[in-house]
Design a protein around this ligand. Structure first.
Ligand code: M6R
Length: 613
């Protein structure tokens, strides 16, 4: 969603703000803008479309100044247009505001301000913010901070704000209420940003603003207050990421780089969470063995790709822990009045830790006195802070909008967690646990093998990319793989794709199958009857002349004989096959998108982190 950057220091602000915005491009946006303080005035430049349009405008008319804010906007209120792009100004052009999130009561505030004579120029919810601050100044607020505190007290919703004022030429204001915002501390300069990658090159220490906090930032000092004005002591954290982590490292896209990082990420998780005897090591998780013993139920909540990880977690946890496990989408869970009680562990899965519906679900669970365990990638995120326990997936920044390495890391986290709980509850015998962990150790090499086969996957993608639709089928552990493979395809190639439980095909989607329809069938070997059932489903597709693409294990000539095209992957344990199989489907989607010429890292209409409902 929208990206905020801000700068105060000795250097020229515009290039630094543009660099920060480029590093936030992955969040998704459709317009961008900057506002800089210079010689007692605010100068603004905004453009619709990609940042290059803003760069061209700045090359023609450079903006000077050492203090400023920048923004990438993902339209919510009002179409993507120059007039709706941020920053937004008060009526005299003395206050500039950039905003992430939604001001829920903006219509009533707007009507109230219009009655006082304000003429709004944009359709956005944001514009009420500078106008409210202006109004409070007119009504006699003695300082900008007082005007700001009074104005903020009128806002409802979730937001992060960056604000500059021509009357305070050396200060930058930052506010957080429900949308993430960090302060990056450099050498004699300070940044604000929606996310760490925006400041990685210049700041190695950060302050994560908490909800209900604001900061007044000058080059030599920072003051942090609650929104009621009381001063709070900031907690400064070192960033252990290298700037290269947010760069492409020679790959043509971030997504391709992140697909290739998966073996390393999984190895890292195994190294950090398996002990010398080959048993899971999760003692520092924050939930005791006693707790896992008395636990009766698990509810997993998440959105998008993380929801597919939840579906996998459900099958696995039920198989190895004996617990009853349910899953729900964050956006449904929060409104359906779930019957959860203290004996339910709520597991929230989120790469960003900032997804609005997942966070709302967690807050609901906590109100019902359930413990919350999150599987999360971003340290310092809201989810991590609000959970009783966190399993960090430690993938490094995931910049490509389509989630890849975060997904396989979430699956890996579920394997380790299931083994840990299964052992504690004595549902899983120790030999089985060591087998599972040994199987997990083999997964990174199996993924390397799939990556080495990318040329043949590319050829298959190029052959089938131009149809209007495709169907993905899988069963049991690989039912979520089918859903996730279809999601990857539609997100980045814009080809309609549908993921289905293969056994459900004959209840509807079978009507779609004809000689033009690619049907991607995940049919790696399993030890139970699911493999035979999957073969029957493939035959049903064959009988209707569908174009069958199978993901099969090396040497499986039986399945190959049924297919028009085969993607071979190495055989790993059934339970672990989704971690390998999805890599083949990520590549299939990737090359379909390449063939269709889409913007793979920044697909249209999508935001990396969905911080509004
Ligand atoms: O940050 P989160 O994991 O909570 O994000 C959830 C979804 O928004 C995310 O997985 C989305 O579906 C991705 N675009 C999938 O590629």
């Amino acid at each position: 969603m929208c990206g905020i950057v801000g700068y105060v220091g000795q250097r020229s602000a515009a290039p630094l703000l543009m660099e920060g915005l480029r590093n936030l491009e992955y969040r998704g946006y459709d317009s961008a803008g900057l506002a800089l303080l210079h010689q007692g005035r605010i100068a603004v430049c905004r453009r619709v479309g990609r940042l290059v349009r803003l760069e061209e405008a700045l090359a023609e008319t450079p903006l000077e100044g050492h203090v400023g804010v920048g923004h990438t906007r993902w339209a919510t209120h009002g179409e993507p247009s120059e007039i709706n792009a941020h920053p937004h100004l008060d009526s005299e052009g003395r206050i500039a505001v950039v905003h992430n999130g939604i001001i829920e009561n903006f219509s009533e505030l707007r009507a109230e301000l219009q009655a006082k004579g304000h003429r709004f120029v944009s359709e956005t919810d944001t514009e009420v913010v500078p106008r409210l601050i202006e109004e409070e100044r007119r009504r006699g607020a003695p300082t900008l901070i007082v005007a700001l505190i009074r104005a903020l007290a009128r806002l409802r919703g979730a937001f992060a704000l960056g604000i500059v004022c021509a009357d305070e030429p050396d200060a930058l204001y930052a506010v957080r209420e429900g949308s993430p915002l960090i302060i990056g501390l450099g050498e004699n300069e300070t940044f604000i940003a929606s996310d760490v990658p925006a400041v990685l090159r210049h700041a190695r220490r950060v302050i994560y603003l908490r909800d209900g906090e604001m900061a007044v930032i000058r080059a030599d000092r920072i003051e942090i207050r609650r929104l009621d004005g009381t001063v709070v002591q900031p907690e400064i954290r070192e960033i252990d990421l290298q700037p290269e982590a947010a760069e492409r490292a020679g790959f043509e896209t971030f997504m391709l780089k992140e697909i290739h990082e998966q073996p390393r990420v999984i190895r890292g998780l195994v190294r950090d969470h398996v002990d010398a005897e080959g048993r899971p090591k999760l003692d520092d998780l924050g939930l005791s063995s006693d707790y896992f013993q008395i636990l009766r139920r698990v509810m997993i909540v998440s959105c998008g790709t993380a929801y597919h990880a939840a579906l996998y977690g459900k099958v696995l946890l039920e198989n190895v822990t004996g617990l009853a496990v349910e899953t729900d989408l964050g956006s449904e869970f929060r409104y359906r009045g779930p019957r959860i009680e203290r004996d339910t562990l709520v597991i929230a899965v989120s790469q960003s830790g900032e997804t609005a519906d997942t966070l709302a679900s967690v807050r609901l669970a906590r109100r019902k006195r359930c413990k919350v365990l999150s599987i999360c990638n971003v340290r310092g995120s809201t989810l991590a802070r609000e959970s009783d326990a966190v399993f960090f997936t430690n993938c490094g920044p995931e910049i490509g909008v389509a989630s890849t390495k975060a997904y396989t890391a979430q699956l890996t986290a579920f394997v380790l967690l299931a083994a840990h709980i299964g052992l504690i509850r004595e549902e899983l015998d120790p030999t089985r646990v060591t087998e599972l962990i040994a199987g997990l150790r083999a997964v990174p090499d199996a993924i390397h093998y799939v990556l080495d086969r990318k040329d043949s996957i590319r050829a298959i993608a190029y052959k089938h990319h131009d149809g209007p639709s495709s169907l993905y089928l899988g069963r049991k552990f690989n039912y979520p793989t089918a859903l996730e493979g279809a999601l990857k395809n539609k997100e980045i190639s814009y080809q309609h794709a549908e993921g289905y439980a293969a056994g459900e095909m004959k209840h509807g989607p079978i009507a779609l199958i004809n000689e033009y329809m690619p049907v991607i069938c995940i049919c790696t070997r399993t030890l139970d009857e699911v493999y035979e059932k999957m073969i029957s489903n493939i035959r049903e597709v064959e009988a209707r002349h569908g174009r069958i693409i199978v993901v099969a294990n090396d040497g499986d000539e039986r399945v190959r004989a049924l297919a028009e095209d085969t993607i071979f992957v190495p055989e790993v344990m059934d339970e672990l096959s989704p971690i390998v199989n999805i890599v083949a489907l990520q590549l299939l989607a990737y090359y379909a998108a390449q063939a269709r010429g889409t913007d793979i890292d920044k697909p249209r209409n999508l935001a990396k982190s969905v911080t509004v409902e």
